[in-house]
Design a protein around this ligand. Structure first.
Ligand code: NAD
Length: 417
């Protein structure tokens, strides 16, 4: 595989699905259907800027497969958003939903934009503009977006408000990840990170690592990374290194994660956090920690990086942080990796809980949400670990096998092949 291809998340996602189809011995038709989204929409979104000019942004929505149920997946605002990235993320969503057995297919959306360059008003107009451009393809029983990189509850609230205005009724369940005061579920903001910590706890158990005192290197302390850190701390873990886009810091006795996140909010960097020392990104990946958690973006663990990793296991909180050749190196070196579609499935699982609560108009306590999420994550971990052992395959392949089987079965009874 050429180097550039290796960094194309769409080709990587296809490779992962193909491997699972082959291992399961499925008919070629299954991969033919699953290798691309069923629908991809590209839109131009004109936005009135504060200076009176109009800027046109490009947005996407991909719906990979709806054999199991409505499509579901976040909306990302980032300068590197591309059609291929959105398609890849939609493929991963189909199989992630099946990991914990929630009745959705995969979808994903995005806008090519650096939201840091927008005012609040411009951000709101862009968010509403995305819905104006895509709403005919969305719906509580059709396609249900959620937050992703650089989008949050406030943005989801603007989007739901816009959708409701366009369709002329209250349809709270059309988007999840909303603020609690507007149909959001308790526990949703923390859900992905909570699930990452549960996955890491289960993996540590299998490897005989005591979580109490376990050392952690964490890349990215946005929504997922920060809540992963808080929850790992609660389990007795010690985050000793944190890597952000503009600097990496190390603290042997462990960071107080809340203090570090507050520091970053105030200073826009983690560098200079009291008691820490700055290290390089290469040093970060090579630290002899128990757990390495990439919680930022794709393609961080390449083959070269994987060669240097000394962690006992890698817990993929981000989507697609390991390239296929990075994967091969980790497999060869016998380093366990809990794959993204399992590790961060807690987010979409609680999104599903939010949708159920919206449809019923009946809301659960935070304890109920966490308890149901924890059970779903532990069951998924055990089922996938069992496949890994039975077939002697890496956990990623096992996770895809677990999910591809379910989607293939739904497509079969529907008569798609
Ligand atoms: P976020 O925007 O809240 O946080 C991302 C963090 O990563 C930010 O702090 C950012 O500064 C940092 N970052 C960006 N580039 C970096 C780099 N090159 N090196 C180090 N740090 C960098 O986004 P998020 O919602 O936390 O999402 C993170 C990852 O988790 C993404 O891959 C996303 O698709 C995935 N994910 C998110 C959810 C969710 O519920 N938010 C659910 C499942 C998966």
């Amino acid at each position: 595989m050429a180097h550039q291809d290796n960094l194309n998340p769409f080709l990587n996602a296809q490779k992962q699905v193909k491997e699972a189809c082959d291992r399961l011995g499925l008919e070629a038709d299954v991969y033919e259907i699953l290798k691309q989204p069923l629908k991809v929409l590209e839109v131009a979104i004109p936005v009135k800027m504060d200076d009176g000019s109009v800027k046109v942004f490009t947005g996407y929505r991909a719906q990979h497969n709806d054999a199991v149920g409505p499509t579901k997946g976040g909306i990302r605002f980032h300068p590197n958003v591309s059609r291929d990235e959105v398609m890849a993320l939609s493929i991963w969503m189909t199989f992630k939903c099946c990991v914990t057995g929630i009745p959705y297919g995969g979808g994903k959306g995005g806008i090519i934009v650096d939201p840091k360059t927008l005012s609040q008003g411009e951000l709101e107009r862009l968010s509403r503009g995305y819905i104006d451009a895509t709403y005919k393809l969305l719906g509580e029983q059709v396609d249900v977006p959620a937050p992703d990189v650089n989008t949050n509850g406030q943005i989801m609230a603007w989007m739901v408000d816009q959708y409701n205005k366009l369709v002329g009724r209250s349809a709270l369940g059309v988007i999840t990840g909303k603020p609690v005061e507007f149909g959001g579920s308790k526990g949703r903001t923390a859900a992905t990170g909570f699930g990452v910590a549960v996955t890491a706890r289960e993996a540590a158990k299998r490897l005989g690592i005591n979580f109490n005192g376990a050392t952690i290197a964490l890349q990215g302390i946005g929504n997922v990374g920060s809540h992963t850190g808080y929850n790992m701390e609660k389990l007795g873990g010690k985050v000793v290194a944190v890597c952000e886009w503009n600097g990496t810091v190390y603290k042997e006795d462990g960071f107080d994660m809340h203090a570090l996140v507050d520091y970053m909010r105030k200073n826009k960097t983690i560098v200079g956090f009291p008691g820490s020392k700055e290290i390089t990104k290469s040093e970060f990946f090579a630290l002899p920690v128990d757990i390495l958690v990439p919680a930022a973006l794709e393609n961080e663990i390449t083959a070269d990086v994987a060669e240097t990793i000394q962690a006992k296991f890698v817990c993929e909180a981000a989507n697609g942080p390991t390239t296929p050749d990075g994967d091969e190196v980790l497999n060869r070196r016998g380093i366990l990796l809990t794959p993204d579609i399992l590790t961060n499935a807690g987010g979409v699982t609680v999104s599903y809980f939010e949708w159920v609560q919206n449809l019923y108009g009946y809301y659960w306590t935070e304890e109920e949400v966490e308890e149901k999420e924890e059970r779903a994550m532990v069951d998924a971990f055990n089922a996938i670990y069992k496949i890994k052992e039975e077939y002697n395959v890496p956990m990623r392949t096992a996770a895809y096998m677990h999910s591809v089987k379910k989607v293939a079965a739904a497509m079969k009874v529907r008569g798609w092949y």
